[in-house]
Design a protein around this ligand. Structure first.
Ligand SMILES: Cc1cc2nc3c(=O)[nH]c(=O)nc-3n(C[C@H](O)[C@H](O)[C@H](O)COP(=O)(O)OP(=O)(O)OC[C@H]3O[C@@H](n4cnc5c(N)ncnc54)[C@H](O)[C@@H]3O)c2cc1C
Length: 520
């Protein structure tokens, strides 16, 4: 079902799709799932890999956004808190309830955050993750054993969601396929086609593995390409103005000893007025993020020295265990596809984070903005728009109740393979059949060879980087260890895909080049 050969065959079988989606990040994949579950003939094309763009580089939070609450954006917060609740219900293997502590240094802020977070709880309604409470200094110090004592007065505990972004993307792709969609990675859209009235009626896309080009016809084309939005809009109209401006956010990944407990830290106002999170993730700590407006975008954005210094300095002003550059296990940068500001002086924090759906004169539908947490709602709105633009049969959205591939009722999160949910048993079966597959990839990484095989056979991974960045996530957790295992993983991949040594060496080169960027 998830085999590339089969999916490409489907591409050749259908002469007219209902919906073609360009881009396999959170937005595009959510739309593919929504469209397929409403019964539309759906095709999604992703130029590299699912979540290769921003969608693998988030802070991994499912949140209403405490910051947006402070800005008075109640509707946005309420909508996101509802979606957060749905994700915990529909993807319990990937999403979890995470407690956050805001350390307080003055009585005024203690009262402010206590009241603010009570409102946050109330907005979640029935889907609340737990009540926020004020805790005293002693309890704050015992729960956050590495927080500086100094002038600490206490803390406010609140709850939000936490998840694995790239694995959710892969599991949504699988769910969409299970509901009848054709979803392909390593397929780049290079051109839009139009009918004689100038209405977009298809795409020309290239299989980047074989270089074979396909002309594909459809009733609706949806542009869900994040920071690449303007490139697609220019395929439609070379004169179109840029509507997206990238804003970079970076994260540093540290050893768990920097934040040993179960609680995350939320610093609501750093020296320059930003929010900083320190969040436990896969037995490490993710620290971020920044907000730096850029003039250009790329698939592998680079952290600026000033961003690294900002995160390290801020973390060090709160933690007793000093962070140095040598402690950084991985560094990754992502680009927010923000609406391009009209006034150059506009600060990124103030630009709208809610999603926007734009319909071009050619009837190309573009979705921009939003966040991972609200991907399902964004998809619902986009397909509703596609129904009216493409004159598709009006059918209601079903995704509120659609379980994501891998969803399972009881999960033991003590062992790392819980993330596979219902697939865990099949991975363990692989190890039972061939015990060597139970070998771990590296002394510092718990992942097994069986998970590599699984990613190739059942999760559509096509390159070493697909596997290490977005299936087992080692590149985001320990970039140096990842560099050491690249050749071994390339060998397994070449063997599974029946490729020669030249291909294998090219894979080693390509992945090494990318992985070096994750080392600070
Ligand atoms: C630093 C940072 C932290 C964040 N943290 C959070 C968080 O904690 N929680 C949260 O809810 N949200 C968070 N977000 C927001 C969230 O990550 C994004 O809103 C979301 O991932 C955007 O998804 P997307 O699908 O729109 O874009 P992308 O993920 O960038 O996907 C677009 C895709 O389109 C593909 N593409 C481009 N051109 C073509 C083409 N010609 N043919 C085929 N494919 C193409 C790209 O390869 C890419 O994969 C964060 C964002 C950033 C930057």
């Amino acid at each position: 079902m998830f085999e590339r050969k089969i999916l490409i065959k489907q591409l050749k079988q259908h002469s007219n799709w209902d919906v073609i989606i360009i881009g396999g990040g959170a937005s595009g994949l959510g739309i593919a799932l929504d469209s397929a579950t409403r019964g539309f003939k759906t095709l999604l094309l992703e130029q590299v890999d699912f979540a290769k763009g921003t969608s693998s580089r988030s802070t991994k939070l499912l949140h209403g956004g405490v910051r947006y609450l402070a800005q008075g954006n109640i509707d946005l917060v309420k909508e996101a808190l509802y979606e957060r609740g749905l994700l915990l219900k529909n993807a319990p293997h990937l999403a979890s309830n995470q407690s956050f502590i805001i350390p307080n240094y003055g009585w005024f802020e203690t009262i402010k955050y206590t009241i603010g977070l009570k409102i946050y709880d109330a907005l979640a309604g029935k889907l609340s993750f737990g009540k926020s409470i004020r805790i005293n200094k002693k309890e704050t110090l015992s729960r956050l054993s590495t927080i500086k004592n100094g002038s600490l007065k206490g803390g406010v505990v609140y709850h939000d969601g936490q998840f694995d972004d790239a694995r959710l993307a892969v599991n949504i792709a699988q769910t969409a396929i299970e509901h009848g969609a054709t979803v392909l990675n390593h397929f780049k859209v290079n051109q839009l086609t139009k009918n004689n009235k100038g209405v977009v009626n298809g795409v020309v896309a290239e299989d980047t593995e074989t270089k074979v080009s396909y002309t594909l016809k459809t009733k609706v084309v949806i542009n869900a390409t994040g920071v690449f939005t303007d490139e697609i809009l220019k395929m439609d109209n070379a004169e179109s103005k840029n509507i997206v401006r990238p804003s970079q956010g970076i994260h540093l990944v540290l050893d768990k000893s920097f934040l040993p407990g179960n609680d995350a830290i939320m610093i609501p106002k750093t020296n320059d007025g930003r929010v900083l999170f320190l969040v436990p993730w896969h037995n490490k700590v993710v620290v971020g993020t920044t907000d730096t407006l850029l003039d250009s975008h790329s698939l592998e954005p680079k952290a600026l020295d000033t961003e690294v210094d900002f995160i390290i300095n801020t973390a060090n002003s709160y933690l007793t265990k000093t962070v140095s550059k040598a402690d950084v296990l991985s560094i990754f940068a992502g680009l927010r596809p923000l609406a391009a500001p009209t006034d150059k002086s506009e600060k990124t924090k103030e630009i709208s984070r809610s999603h926007k759906i734009i319909v071009s004169n050619s009837e190309l539908i573009t979705i921009t903005g939003g966040k991972w947490t609200t991907y399902r709602r964004m998809a619902q709105d986009t397909i509703n728009k596609a129904i009216s633009i493409g004159k598709l049969e009006s059918k209601p959205c079903k995704t509120k109740d659609v379980k994501i591939h891998g969803a399972i009722d009881s999960i033991d999160k003590t062992q790392h393979q819980y993330i596979y949910g219902s697939d865990k048993a099949a991975i363990q079966e692989l190890i039972r059949e061939t015990p060597e597959l139970g070998d771990t990839l590296h002394p510092r990484l718990p992942y097994t060879k069986a998970e590599i095989i699984w990613a190739i056979r059942y999760e559509m991974a096509r390159t070493v980087e697909d596997i290490l960045a977005r299936r087992v996530r080692t590149l985001f957790l320990d970039a140096r260890a990842t560099l050491e295992i690249i050749p071994m993983v390339a060998k397994i991949l070449a063997n599974e895909l029946d490729k020669d040594t030249i291909w294998e060496l090219q894979q080693i080169n390509d992945c090494t080049k990318i992985a070096n960027q994750y080392v600070l």
